[in-house]
Design a binder for this molecule. Structure first.
Ligand SMILES: NC(=O)CC[C@H](N)C(=O)O
Length: 358
């Protein structure tokens, strides 16, 4: 195993060994405290441009499931067609794996997809550094080679454009079906599965596609990577749709941020984001708390929501916004992931609420 060094922007260095593809990379270093779900997280397009640190120490022990495609041409077990994270950083990579549904090892998968993996890093110490300082850019360097050190930028890059579909794709077409336009900012497959399971037709459109002239019953805005301030074209289309009709709107994660922006709110960057399977959120106006799966680095500023909007969920750890709703119209969104995959499914009822409104 080759020696690798993770060098953070503040100069901190962490030494480990390579177990994935051998290629120097750079990106925003983020941490996820979930205990399981590396196949889903790695294929979540929202991780584009990021080096994913896992705090749970043992990784790889259940291998990787096969990549199979279902009846709608959608990945059955993964969240997209490929790995989107730039690299994975773990404490103790397990060479042996065992699971009834495992097809290959995490190392083989990473090598095939040309994504670096490093092991032997004290990921809890690394996480403490990130929590103190805030997320930082970092690079993974092989054999400490000073001539082969990539530079990276994350802020201001439109990653959504890199991962969104390039043309309109229709799923479950039918004249008698309710039609949902899905603005694809880097949609996780389980969001599409959750919609299809409820019998609707899904019309997946590129992130900046002007869908407002299409025939549809409801609008869905997906999750996606990077800075929501780079997605102004999507915000303009959502605004146009809101001005044209009162059709239901539901957004998830980036979708919450873009809907909020369309409603006039502003977004800020969290110090180190929320990435885990146990983020508690309270539904505003109730004492109901839900445990949610999350992956985001930006948040909606509650104080900038216009008069017609109100927070729908609030994070119980730090008080940040976890969703919004319009006071009079059927428009709402969640900053967390009701589709889970992976993570708790407590809030999947939000899909039922949306489909009921159509
Ligand atoms: N999962 C997402 O949609 C993330 C949204 C946005 N890229 C953020 O980091 O906050």
């Amino acid at each position: 195993m080759r020696n690798v060094t993770l060098i953070l922007d503040d100069g901190s260095r962490f030494s480990g060994k390579s177990f994935g593809y051998e290629k120097p990379v750079a990106g925003e270093v983020v941490f996820n405290t979930a205990m399981t779900g590396y196949p889903e997280s790695l294929t979540d397009p929202s991780y584009a441009g990021q080096l994913m640190t896992l705090t749970y120490p043992l990784v790889g022990n259940y291998g990787v499931p096969p990549f199979t495609v279902g009846p709608n041409g959608l990945a059955v077990l993964m969240e997209s067609e490929r790995i989107h994270a730039e690299a994975i950083i773990v404490s103790d990579y397990s060479e042996e794996y065992s699971h009834w549904n495992a097809k290959e090892s995490l190392a083989d998968w990473l090598k095939r997809e040309q994504v670096p993996g490093i092991t032997g890093i004290d990921t809890r110490e690394l996480t403490k550094v990130l929590r103190e300082h805030g997320v930082m850019m970092g690079k993974i360097v092989f054999d400490d080679d000073p001539d082969n050190q990539p530079e990276a930028r994350y802020e201001g890059i439109n990653y959504v454009d890199k991962v969104s579909c390039k043309e309109v794709i229709r799923y479950n077409e039918g004249a008698d079906k309710k039609k949902v336009v899905l603005v694809d900012c880097g949609v996780k497959t389980n969001i599409i599965r959750c919609l299809l399971k409820r019998g609707v037709e899904v019309i997946r459109v590129p992130w900046n596609y002007d869908f407002t002239g299409m025939e549809y019953d409801g609008l869905f805005i997906s999750n996606g990577p990077g800075d929501p301030d780079t997605c102004d074209e999507a915000v303009q289309n959502i605004r146009k749709a809101m001005a044209l009709s009162d059709k239901p709107i539901f957004g998830i994660c980036m979708g919450n941020q873009l809907l909020s922006k369309a409603g006039g709110a502003t977004i800020y960057k969290l110090k180190y984001g929320h990435r885990s399977h146990n983020q508690p959120v309270r539904m505003v106006g109730t004492e109901r708390c839900f445990i949610t799966s999350q992956n985001h680095g930006y948040a909606v500023d509650n104080n900038t929501l216009g008069n017609d909007w109100e927070p729908l969920f609030i994070n119980m750890n730090d008080g940040s916004n976890e969703g919004i709703r319009h006071k009079f119209k059927p428009w709402f969104s969640a900053q967390f992931h009701p589709e889970a995959a992976s993570g708790p499914t407590d809030t999947e009822f939000l899909f039922d609420e949306f489909v009921k409104l159509l």
